[in-house]
Design a protein around this ligand. Structure first.
Ligand code: SF4
Length: 210
């Protein structure tokens, strides 16, 4: 009989490959668990949750929703945390999920966060290992990152909403700042190229001295 696994799910696009891979590995009793108070602002939170509802129906996976959103609470907790922001964020979400798995008869646990090359993978894995040890439940680990691009393509093919940042408002600002910087660098590169081409053209058309 297949083990009953609780899969903490950060969003639908990240779940595509993870579900496929878990099924290939013989996990046929998968439950998706939503607990992501780190996703901000609220319209983004709702959008990602609605997308997950849509996708879990498409792939026939039960979805448990722990619906909790409180921007002030998250910001205050991050400000008071004695460590890096993402560690707080992983622990907060995953502890709730692992605890739920343990108290509700699941055999094992994993998270779709493990698929993203943009996450702090080693830290994430360490947090999962610690929590699963503490609560006495098996942690199912695969380096799902190898299927990240395949999963993104699956999400695209399924017409799912794909967000442009990790989740918190800090990550939204950081992503926008990076995009903006990249755009400025590209514009500068094009400007220099154009100037170079014009210089070369002028040089070519210059009459030769007798
Ligand atoms: S960047 Fe992502 S993992 Fe880190 S705190 Fe923000 S939402 Fe959480």
């Amino acid at each position: 009989m297949s083990k009953k696994i609780l899969m903490h799910t950060c969003c639908a696009p990240c779940s595509t490959y993870v579900i496929k891979r878990l099924r290939e590995e013989g996990y046929n009793d998968i439950t998706s668990y939503w607990y992501n108070p780190n996703i901000q602002p609220f319209d983004e939170y709702k959008h990602r949750l609605e997308t997950l509802k849509e996708y879990t129906k498409m792939v026939n996976i039960p979805l448990l929703i722990h619906d909790h959103y409180n921007l002030n609470e998250f910001l205050q907790a991050v400000a008071n945390y004695n460590g890096i922001r993402c560690e707080y964020c992983y622990r907060m979400r995953l502890e709730m999920s692992v605890k739920y798995a343990k108290e509700n008869g699941y055999d094992c646990f994993t998270t779709t966060l493990l698929v993203s090359p943009y996450q702090k993978h080693d830290l994430l894995k360490k947090v999962c290992e610690e929590l699963c040890r503490e609560y006495g439940i098996e942690f199912v680990y695969y380096d799902f990152r190898e299927g990240y691009y395949e999963g993104q393509q699956m999400a695209k093919d399924a017409g799912l909403y794909r967000q442009k940042y990790c989740g918190c408002i800090f990550s939204r600002d950081e992503a926008e700042f990076q995009r903006d910087n990249f755009k400025k660098q590209e514009e500068e590169r094009h400007r220099k190229n154009r100037e170079e081409q014009e210089r070369n053209k002028r040089q070519k058309n210059k009459p030769l001295k007798e």
